[in-house]
Design a binder for this molecule. Structure first.
Ligand SMILES: Cc1cc2nc3c(=O)[nH]c(=O)nc-3n(C[C@H](O)[C@H](O)[C@H](O)COP(=O)(O)OP(=O)(O)OC[C@H]3O[C@@H](n4cnc5c(N)ncnc54)[C@H](O)[C@@H]3O)c2cc1C
Length: 367
């Protein structure tokens, strides 16, 4: 049986950031990816926003890693020439009923260490974004946009330059805990077994299933998988905004917000609905909902200007009617297995947090 020091399961932004961290720390790393390319799931189907860290509960991993990860990411992008822009974001209250929500966000952001927000009056919102109708807002200057593929390519490049290997078409199909590590069963064209000293399960949507396939991980530590889809519509023509525009959230998502991408194009979304499985099909019946939600803050939106864009699926570990939870990152203390880390529920702001998550996983394994 082949042996390896450290296997990372999943080549999305988080898996690649972890592989980079481990390889740069001198570990021998293999990255096992089920698909025929890296970063084809959640890491390729998101808003590509570097979040400031506004919304997450005080002391949560999401709050900590978003704020720390965003700072690391800006520095890394500058060093490596990864395409990004500190474009800024305006969070708006569309009417008086949303003012309390707006102030709650600002307070939460400050508790999270986001110290650069500036409250805006109706006139100030209008001066920054003349197409937006709002009663008040705040500006988050440190929110930005990033080329997520360029970021993953750079993570992979760093990892490979430090000896890591990416193996595609290699789904983990089973495994067990042995006396001297973790044995993984790997499928694909030439199925094999690999004896690993350390395993990091960063399989995104597939992480709970992978954990369940490895015999010896206590079942009660493995959450269920749920699938919450988000649709994006693109706007034809020139972007009417220069910054990201987020209305105060309705329900458990951030409203139908505006992202201006690195090419200056405008997209709206994601919305939120449940699916039974990993199913990226675009449901065009959402269109009327989008027009209605967007016109609450952008009344100038013309009929016929929204085009179906793409979808992404949140890798949820709590289902309908349950609260969304924090990132779940389990080490030995949680599941009792040495040299194994499971990452569950790494939804937004996972991209922003990727370098901070990688540093945390490294520390967890070293402890
Ligand atoms: C709609 C949406 C919008 C978002 N917007 C933002 C944003 O603007 N900013 C932000 O910071 N975050 C955002 N996020 C969150 C961010 O995209 C994710 O947190 C991040 O991409 C997760 O990366 P990952 O590597 O954990 O997962 P993934 O990118 O899904 O990678 C997991 C990999 O594991 C592989 N895999 C699965 N099973 C197996 C197996 N058995 N064997 C081997 N490989 C396997 C998959 O093929 C996949 O390549 C958004 C998420 C969604 C859904």
């Amino acid at each position: 049986m082949d042996k390896i020091d450290c296997a990372v399961i999943g080549a999305g932004a988080v898996g690649l950031a972890i592989a980079r961290e481990m390889a740069m720390a001198g570990r021998e790393v293999i990255i096992l990816e089920a698909e025929n390319a890296f970063g084809t799931h959640t890491s390729a189907r998101n808003s590509e926003v570097m979040h400031a860290g506004i919304y997450y509960s005080t002391g949560s991993l999401k709050a900590r890693f978003c704020v720390a990860g965003r700072k690391l990411l800006y520095q890394y992008c500058a060093e490596r020439g990864i395409n990004h822009k500190r474009i800024g974001k305006v969070v708006v209250a569309c009417d008086e009923s949303q003012l309390a929500g707006l102030h709650k966000y600002k307070k939460q952001a400050e508790l999270n260490g986001v110290d650069d927000l500036r409250l805006l009056s109706r006139e100030e919102v209008n001066a920054l974004e003349p197409e937006v109708i709002a009663v008040a807002g705040f500006l988050s200057p440190s929110t930005g946009v990033i080329d997520s593929h360029g970021l993953m390519l750079s993570y992979l490049g760093d990892a490979e330059n430090h000896g890591a290997t990416l193996v595609l078409n290699s789904p983990v199909t089973g495994g067990h805990i042995s006396d001297d590590g973790i044995v993984l069963d790997i499928g694909g064209a030439e199925p094999m077994q690999l004896a690993c000293r350390t395993v990091i399960n960063a399989a995104g949507h597939g992480a709970p299933a992978v954990a369940r396939l490895i015999k010896g991980i206590p079942a009660e530590t493995i959450p269920n998988s749920y699938y919450a889809i988000g649709h994006y519509y693109t706007l034809t023509g020139k972007a009417p905004f220069t910054r990201l525009v987020y209305p105060v959230a309705r329900q458990d998502w951030l409203g139908v917000h505006v992202t201006v991408d690195l090419g200056g194009r405008c997209k709206f979304g994601p919305d939120f609905s449940w699916r039974d499985s990993l199913d990226y099909r675009f449901d065009e019946s959402r269109e009327a909902l989008f027009y209605e939600a967007i016109r609450r803050y952008f009344p100038g939106l013309k009929d016929g200007t929204l085009q179906p864009g793409y979808t992404g699926m949140r890798p949820r570990i709590t289902g309908e009617g349950q609260e969304a939870v924090d990132f779940v990152i389990h080490g030995r203390r949680d599941h009792g297995v040495p040299n194994l880390v499971n990452l569950f529920g790494i939804e937004s702001p996972g991209l922003t947090s990727s370098m901070a998550i990688a540093a945390y996983v490294h520390e967890l394994l070293a402890a």
